[in-house]
Design a protein. Structure first.
Length: 226
């Protein structure tokens, strides 16, 4: 993100927060910072999620960093959850450079906890027992984010790590790679601890995933040295 883009996004974040009030958090993430642990360069009403300038990314931001060469679509009006239980209505808007690549993210998180509480009361009074979607968590730091991604990968497989086959673990590692979990410092060590394999095995899995993706894209089947 250029200095001009960053300054504009800071002003835009401030304007949106002023317009919608103290329940609206607006964060600006720099996808080109080079340090996934410190992507937030500006934030308004950060007390909503407990974050500040210099803190790390959410799931969506980390995934955008991992897939920087792709052109992600904006994601609007979905539910998230802060670490202290607030339910938020969120939107993720990508800032793009001249080549169309995402260089930053403007993230809007509106605290709807009080609205949901009132909604539940109304549902009770009107006899409507339907539920709501499970919101996605917003973590405060990359270590919490890594743990959450690892737990998501385990839920994806649907069995304890001790009962996983080689193919199960390969599928879990592919999920973690695709979501950008391996961009986090010392993530490899933690993944090995949870799944009970060595770093050598992890690197073999990653090479296998890379090779499979090449073949899916119609590339050469021979491996490359890195």
């Amino acid at each position: 993100m250029t200095k001009t883009e960053a300054e504009f996004c800071r002003r835009l974040a401030h304007g949106i927060a002023q317009e919608f009030g103290p329940h609206c958090e607006v964060a600006v993430h720099d996808l080109e910072t080079g340090d996934p642990a410190h992507s937030i360069i500006a934030i308004e009403n950060g007390y909503i999620t407990g974050r500040k300038v210099g803190d790390g990314p959410s799931h969506i931001v980390l995934e955008a960093m991992q897939n920087a060469d792709e052109t992600p679509e904006d994601r609007l009006g979905y539910l998230t959850r802060s670490s202290d239980g607030k339910v938020l209505r969120s939107s993720t808007i990508y800032i793009r450079g001249k080549d169309g690549r995402a260089t930053g993210i403007l993230a809007i998180n509106y605290d709807i906890s009080m609205i949901l509480a009132a909604q539940q009361d109304l549902k009770y009074l009107t006899g409507d027992g339907s539920g709501t979607r499970e919101p996605e968590p917003i973590t405060r730091n990359v270590n919490d984010l890594l743990e959450d991604l690892i737990q998501q990968s385990i839920r994806l497989i649907g069995k304890p790590t001790a009962l996983m086959t080689r193919e199960d673990k390969l599928k879990a590692v592919r999920y973690l790679n695709d979501t950008g979990a391996l961009l986090i410092t010392k993530s490899g060590q933690r993944i090995c601890e949870v799944f009970g394999f060595s770093k050598y095995t992890l690197y073999n899995y990653l090479d296998e995933i890379k090779q499979a993706r090449k073949e899916e894209d119609g590339g050469p089947s021979s491996s490359e040295n890195s």
